[in-house]
Design a protein around this ligand. Structure first.
Ligand code: ZN
Ligand code: ZN
Length: 760
């Protein structure tokens, strides 16, 4: 007993003794009270929460006399290892147990259950299962510990299998039910629900909470979408007692099912009834504001503001996750970017790079300029970007107009020592190619020391995007990693964009034969596109018919595009109908049909198609183009209504049109979408947004950022035939390369030719 004074004087153990008084023993794996072991000092030790102290306690334990190393002490320490997720120490303790040669039968169900729990909580499911398998006898707790381990790691199927095996021997408790429900698929969940009703466990708060959550999450994941939210609500309503988790699960279910208004209403009830709320509630409600179509912008903004005020009052807004969720909601609802930024600076007084990365992420997709600004701001605050910051900001760069941002970030990547990072290099290849600089993409690729399949796919996709199919094919022949399905999508789309239909067919046929990659929807879409563009429309149709899966909207719109190009009205009608069925909100089918009828001179039917579009509340996306002049990005809408220098731009454009007409430019009025007078048709064409952008670029030649003889225009929809002809001639007249990025690809116009070989 010499050790006791030393032990008692140790700060860790002293702290433990204090916590003993508060120890409620509510743990699932609670200590057996019948063993005398529970009375000794160590057995009652609740090791304080810091991991360092756990290690101190363990080293004390290892030096303690053998009589103190009882089952209960082992159990208690294993429990602490599990709580801290300290696999290394847990494993050491297990080894210690084995090496200290306990008498036969010492390792009983109680200690084994703790071992399973420790391994499962620390993520080593293999060891957990091994301990479980080697147990001569098990009880409900053993099964539950293993099942919850699998559930926590998301192995739903294995979890369900174990649960089913358990049923043969034991009646599962509410924890086993809750675990299996938290991870299983909808169909299995329904069965487990039925069983819970039979065993009268469905009213247990744990089981009911898990059910609400399961039904909410099954929305859009193979379950019955309409029924999902009703099922969740039925369980919630039937609950006799509810805790905060129940309410949160229901709010989250509404959020998942995109019932924003109902999420807000439920939160209002929660608040009124005094249930309270926590971080999770705020995150769910604010996310519900982002993803739901049933909330108007005005009422959404108003509620967002009220919720935000509430979170300021309760101090939750100081949490970066909550602040970021509000920023996301404000930015989604069209709130002012400056307001969002102010919100961020007000709420995150000591923001670190992680929180900055959070707000940059919130903007990266919807507002890449703002994301760039914030990235710069974080640097001005003296914060060093980390790997995550770079991976996010490079995504934003890919959406911007020039490669300047990408190259600025690139130099930072080098400065902070990430130059050799494959993932960031892959992101750079993508970013450079998206903003038009295929040369830089190729350079990054060439300089890479180690390339993975994503690197190859990124550069192949870059070549595809820029219509350089030969380069893509040449590179593919040098590829030294196993290609995956994405590789073939890049190759096929490169061929399709360059009109290399024979090569496309060859690649498609070789995919499975030579590389074992089964063609998926994307691959079929590319081949349909390639055949259609080359005028082989019947073959494209045949291919769709013999596909082993149902064609999706991408495939039908590819076919529709080629039908328009080659005047196949009958087939076009079929494709357009399919497209309307699959994507009722997509304007493409209506616009293309109207164009096809126009081409055939059938203006009545063209008008009808457009009327139908109006009736269905689908709007044709208005054409927009962007160009960067100086430090400013200028936006042009077709017709140029918004620009402040509208008059000067019109004058410049008219002059340009005159010059091009002398060179042989004939407006393709055939494609103008209205049955109006010839002259008017011309007029409409002249003011397509990319033409206005070009005129403006010429007016500001001196301050073009990437002038190197290059004019770069970004456009949101596909470039029309007339603008394409126009740009080809203009590149010759101006002696410059003009690059237009439309919704699908890049067009490099030079010396009257386009890189797409007029296939797009
Ligand atoms: Zn046009
Ligand atoms: Zn082109």
């Amino acid at each position: 007993m010499q050790i006791l004074p030393r032990v008692m004087s140790h700060p860790v153990i002293r702290a433990c003794c204090i916590s003993i008084r508060n120890f409620s023993g509510s743990n699932l794996l609670s200590l057996p009270s019948s063993t005398g072991e529970a009375n000794d000092l160590f057995s009652r030790v609740r090791v304080p929460s810091m991991r360092g102290h756990l290690r101190d306690a363990l080293s004390l334990f290892y030096t303690a006399p053998i009589q103190f190393q009882s089952r209960a002490v082992y159990a208690s320490l294993l429990h602490e290892c599990a709580r801290h997720g300290d696999l290394e120490q847990g494993r050491r303790l297990h080894q210690h147990m084995v090496l200290s040669r306990k008498p036969y039968g010492w390792l009983d169900v109680f200690v084994s259950n703790h071992l399973i729990n420790m391994y499962a909580k620390c993520g080593d499911l293999h060891c957990a299962h091994q301990v479980f398998d080697e147990m001569p006898s098990r009880n409900v707790v053993s099964w539950t510990a293993l099942i919850s381990g699998y559930a926590q790691r998301g192995f739903g199927d294995e979890c369900f299998r174990l649960f089913s095996c358990m049923l043969m021997q034991y009646r599962p408790n509410e924890f086993a039910f809750a675990s299996v429900l938290s991870s299983c698929r909808y169909v299995h969940g329904k069965q487990v629900h039925g069983l819970a009703v039979k065993m009268a466990l469905d009213t247990s708060i744990y089981v009911a909470n898990a059910l609400v959550s399961l039904y909410g999450k099954s929305f859009g994941a193979g379950g019955d979408d309409d029924g999902a939210v009703d099922d969740a609500w039925a369980v919630f309503e039937a609950m006799e007692f509810r805790n905060l988790i129940s309410w949160n699960s229901m709010v989250e279910a509404f959020q998942f099912c995109k019932f924003g208004t109902r999420a807000i209403d439920l939160f209002t009830v929660m608040h009124r009834e005094g249930t309270g709320f926590d971080r999770a509630t705020l995150l769910s409600v604010s996310s519900a504001l982002c993803g739901s179509n049933d909330i108007g912008v005005d009422s959404g903004l108003k509620f967002c503001f009220q919720l935000h005020s509430l979170s300021v009052k309760t101090g939750f807004s100081m949490e970066v996750g909550v602040a970021t969720a509000f920023i996301k909601a404000y930015s989604f609802l069209g709130g002012d970017a400056a307001d969002c930024y102010r919100l961020f600076t007000e709420t995150s007084c000591c923001a670190d790079i992680i929180s900055w990365t959070g707000i940059i992420t919130a903007f990266a997709e919807q507002n890449p300029e703002m994301a760039m600004f914030l990235f710069g701001q974080s640097q001005r605050e003296g914060l060093a970007p980390d790997w995550y910051t770079f991976s996010i900001i490079l995504k934003a760069c890919a959406a911007l107009v020039t490669e300047l941002h990408a190259s600025a970030v690139h130099s930072q990547v080098i400065k902070y020592g990430f130059a050799g990072d494959t993932v960031l290099q892959n992101a750079l290849i993508h970013a450079y190619s998206r903003c038009g600089s295929i040369i830089m993409s190729a350079q990054v690729f060439d300089e890479m020391e180690s390339r993975d399949v994503v690197s190859w796919n990124s550069i192949l996709k870059a070549y595809a995007l820029h219509g350089q199919a030969n380069e893509a094919l040449l590179l593919f022949s040098r590829m030294n990693v196993k290609p995956d399905p994405t590789t073939f999508v890049s190759l096929l789309s490169a061929c399709s964009h360059s009109g290399m239909v024979e090569e496309a067919i060859k690649i498609f046929d070789s995919m499975f034969e030579n590389y074992g990659v089964l063609p998926q929807l994307d691959h079929y879409a590319c081949l349909v596109d390639a055949l259609g563009r080359a005028g082989r429309v019947p073959e494209a149709e045949k291919l769709i018919k013999k596909m082993p899966m149902e064609a999706d909207s991408v495939i039908w719109s590819a076919l529709l595009g080629s039908c328009r190009k080659y005047g196949e009205t009958q087939l076009a009608k079929l494709a357009a109908d399919k497209l309307k069925e699959l994507e009722p909100d997509n304007s493409l089918s209506y616009v293309q049909m109207s164009n096809i009828y126009c081409l055939g001179g059938n203006f009545d039917k063209a008008g009808q198609a457009r009327k139908e579009m109006k009736g269905s509340r689908v709007k044709k996306e208005p054409g927009l183009s962007w160009i960067e002049i100086g430090n400013h990005v200028h936006e042009f809408a077709s017709g140029g209504r918004h620009h402040s220098q509208k008059e000067a731009i019109y004058t410049k454009l008219e002059k340009l049109i005159g010059q091009l007409k002398e060179m042989g430019y004939v407006p393709e009025t055939n494609l103008a979408l209205h049955d109006i007078e010839e002259e008017h048709k011309e007029e409409q064409l002249f003011y397509h947004s990319e033409k206005l952008a070009l005129a403006f670029a010429i007016m500001n030649e001196g301050s073009l950022r990437c002038n190197k003889g290059l004019i770069r225009i970004m456009k949101n929809i596909r470039i029309c035939v007339d603008c394409h002809n126009f740009m080809k001639l203009a590149s010759d007249l101006l002696g410059k390369e003009i690059v237009v990025r439309d919704s699908n690809r890049f067009h490099h116009f030079k010396d009257r030719l386009c890189s797409c070989n007029d296939y797009w």
